[in-house]
Design a protein. Sequence first.
Length: 129
Amino acid sequence: MAKEIIHTDLAPSAIGTYSQAVKVGSTVYMSGQIALDPGNMELVSDDIKDQINQVFKNLSAVANAAGGSLADVVKLNVFLTDLGNFPDVNQIMADYFSQPYPARAAIGVASLPKAAAVEMDAVLELQES
């Protein structure tokens, strides 16, 4: 099965040797997104809630470029430098997702690129058209 590289200027460009997402068949593997503003490639804020919202906006932009939306997410991985911020993830996630929610993992990490406080990646399963 052929793979398709997904890219959009509405999400931050890759800051390393990876693609924003790769589509294989109806499955989309999205790379991790941090809270970078796609316009200037800087963190949107030091505030965790602002960062979480920006990460979901970035993931949404990539999902849209792949022909889907956050509603197509089947697996979400959340990486936090402080697991004490997990209640904020849950609260804000409810603004972007509805039931049934995707499978999810939350992982505490020592650090993230560009001193971000949160990073998320996702797997989408696109609906048959």
